[in-house]
Write a protein that binds this ligand. Structure first.
Ligand code: PEP
Ligand code: MG
Length: 387
């Protein structure tokens, strides 16, 4: 929504902040109370530069997302609320790479019925038609809980989450898939995405259930097409089996938020280890590169829908790796497009080759910064911290 936000600020003395002037720096995760005039001026400049930058990017809205040498990349958006959809359309999104269906589930105090789901999904599909909308099946557990379906576990991120829950409760899965399929009638822009797949049998059982729902609806007289079925690659086992998964699916989509936390063994919501959560860690980049190579070896398109996809500083690397789709929150869409339109694929590949030889995130960030400076793109990087 474009609102600067700081997460995990556990030591913030909230009760003492009432009525005080605050600066919330969402770029660096800092909160300042009673800022000095110098600090205020520093941030006022950043706010103004940001506004100017965003206004200047508006003109890119209807231009294609392609490099200077015409290599095309699809820029899609992540949605959950109808408000996201509206903003995305204003920013010229070409599709939805991740519709988080848990959002409408979280807004209720009980499981929505099949018909209630159909109406919500129809709204999304209609808003974007004829562009594709990738609906992820319910991804609860871990950090996303439903008040009316409590799960208590010692280690929720390694526990019952995503596809594991819905395969144990096929009635939830089937009614959701039926609602999606019914909602797609006469629109045919639905894609279904399966979260937290960690083995081939999980994919096969999910596919079987989707085919069953599809056949039932055809028998019931619905005029629907079989949607493409995709797999989220967000646990390490899926990276190592990307080839086998791609051979059985219609597309892959990397969930870099979870993948990073599982590769680095860093809980993405634990403030104490937040400094260790490096989306541009060499191991993460190597995993992403592998997934693209394996997926393409099967002729299957691959996207990325974690936060990394919307990070302008990662854009050149992701394009060079060969991702077909970058899906992000609408706020970052034009920033990422502007980076991609300023470089050649060759230059991005050169940067990637260099980055892949570096041993740590710090040197990777420095290398990216140097390229951005050389391309005159520094304003698209995070502003510097105040002195
Ligand atoms: C991810 O893990 O990168 C992802 C897109 O899914 P979520 O953030 O909803 O877990
Ligand atoms: Mg995830």
């Amino acid at each position: 929504m474009g609102i600067p936000t700081v997460m995990g600020a556990v030591d913030l003395p909230y009760t003492k902040l009432d009525g005080r002037e605050l600066i919330v720096d969402g770029y660096h995760g800092s909160v300042y109370s009673d800022p000095s005039p110098g600090l205020k001026a520093h941030y006022q400049d950043i706010v103004e530069e940001d506004l100017q930058l965003v206004a200047g990017l508006e003109q890119l809205k209807d231009l294609p997302c392609e490099t200077l040498d015409k290599h095309r990349v699809a820029l899609w958006v992540n949605t959950g609320l109808m408000a996201d959809a509206m903003l995305s359309l204003e920013r010229g999104a070409e599709g939805v790479g991740l519709y988080r269906t848990e959002v409408p589930f979280m807004l209720r105090d009980r499981f929505p019925s099949e018909e209630e789901q159909r109406l919500v999904y129809r709204e999304q599909l209609q808003a974007f038609a004829p562009h594709p909308v990738t609906m992820r099946t319910l991804d609860i557990g871990g950090d996303k809980s439903l008040p009316y379906f409590p799960i208590s576990e010692d280690n929720p991120f390694l526990g019952w989450r995503g596809i594991r829950i819905t395969l144990d409760h096929p009635e939830i899965f089937l009614s959701q898939v039926r609602a999606m399929l019914k909602a797609s009638e006469d629109l045919d822009n639905l894609r279904i995405l399966l979260p937290m797949i960690s083995s081939i049998p999980e994919l096969e059982v999910a596919q079987m259930l989707i085919y069953r729902a599809f056949d039932e609806l055809l028998d019931e007289g619905y005029n629907i097409q079989m949607p493409p079925i995709g797999v989220m690659v967000e646990v390490p086992s899926a990276v190592y089996q990307a080839r086998e998964l791609a051979a059985r699916a219609d597309f892959l989509s990397v969930g870099s938020n979870d993948l990073t936390q599982y590769l680095l063994a860093v809980d993405r919501n634990n403030a104490r280890v937040a400094d260790l959560y490096h989306s541009l860690h060499p191991a993460v980049l190597r995993a992403l590169n592998t997934v693209v190579r394996e997926s393409h070896s099967q002729g299957v398109p691959v996207g990325i829908c974690g936060e990394l996809a919307g990070d302008p500083s990662a854009a050149m690397l992701l394009v060079a790796m060969g991702f077909d789709v970058l899906s992000m929150n609408a706020t970052n869409l034009l920033k990422v497009k502007s980076v991609i339109r300023c470089i050649t694929l060759e230059r991005a590949e050169k940067l990637l080759a260099e980055v892949m030889t570096l041993p740590d995130t710090e040197s990777i960030n420095r290398c990216i910064e140097t390229t951005f400076e050389a391309c005159g793109l520094t304003r698209l990087l995070k502003p510097k911290l105040p002195e």
